[in-house]
Design a protein around this ligand. Structure first.
Ligand code: ATP
Ligand code: MG
Length: 207
């Protein structure tokens, strides 16, 4: 009986190894083909949770490699986020927060546009400086959706940034121009969210 099971196991192991060998050869070939380097434009969009936190995860990665990081938060939802408290202490991090709340809070288009322009000034300063290895524009998609800034001039600025500078843009419903220009786009689906079960934003998870 055990002999029979052993034999079956061995057979399964053999088949598994063969499959993995094939897979490895395939992946190795793909890796060997991807030999270019450039500053990437990443767009993290969709209705699910994980856009900003993914961008902040890349900040940790970049800092681990000694890279310099710039962040502009285009919507200041709350003043007590863990990521700002943690990362802004790092001398390699330049963390800028656009002054006001936004749209559904401020209910003031003029004020929103002024704040968007202020944030954009900071973003441009970073994007024109090759000293910044990674720039994150958090919740920037809304600025284009609501036409607070001229999209053509924004795209021009994004496209002419230093060759090796990575740029991450987060926010729901990324525009076509952003998608067209992006090297990597992740669309995070909203499958479930605790909020809909009446659970309020949790410290360390949501902010
Ligand atoms: P996170 O910052 O947690 O990565 P996010 O950037 O993907 O989230 P935003 O659209 O910026 O999501 O929303 C910010 C806040 O709203 C966060 O506290 C997040 O947990 C919460 N949130 C995200 N997705 C949803 C959702 N589908 N329903 C309700 N709340 C959400
Ligand atoms: Mg976000």
């Amino acid at each position: 009986m055990t002999d029979k099971i052993d034999k079956k196991d061995q057979e399964l192991n053999k088949r598994h190894n063969k499959r993995m060998e094939k897979k490895k050869a395939h992946i190795d070939e793909k890796i060997a083909q991807a030999d270019k380097e450039k500053g990437l434009l990443l767009v993290l969009t969709g209705n699910g949770k994980g856009k900003s936190s993914s961008a902040f995860g890349m900040i940790a990665r970049a800092l681990g490699h000694g890279m310099k990081v710039g962040v502009v938060q285009f919507i200041k939802g709350r003043t007590d986020t863990g990521e700002e408290a943690y990362f802004s202490k790092d001398p390699k991090v330049d963390w800028q927060v656009m002054g006001e709340g936004f749209t559904w809070d401020t209910q003031n288009r003029e004020q929103d546009i002024k704040a968007a322009e202020k944030g954009w000034e900071e973003a441009r300063r970073m994007m024109q400086d090759p000293g910044y290895d990674l720039v994150v524009l958090d919740e920037f998609t809304y600025i284009l959706t609501y036409k607070y800034l001229d999209e053509a001039s924004v795209m021009k600025e994004i496209n002419k940034r230093p060759e090796m500078q990575h740029l991450v843009i987060t926010g729901r419903a990324a525009s076509k121009a952003l998608r067209d220009a992006a090297d990597t786009i992740a669309e995070i689906a909203d499958v479930k969210h605790a909020y809909r079960e009446g659970i309020k934003a949790q410290k360390g998870i949501d902010y």
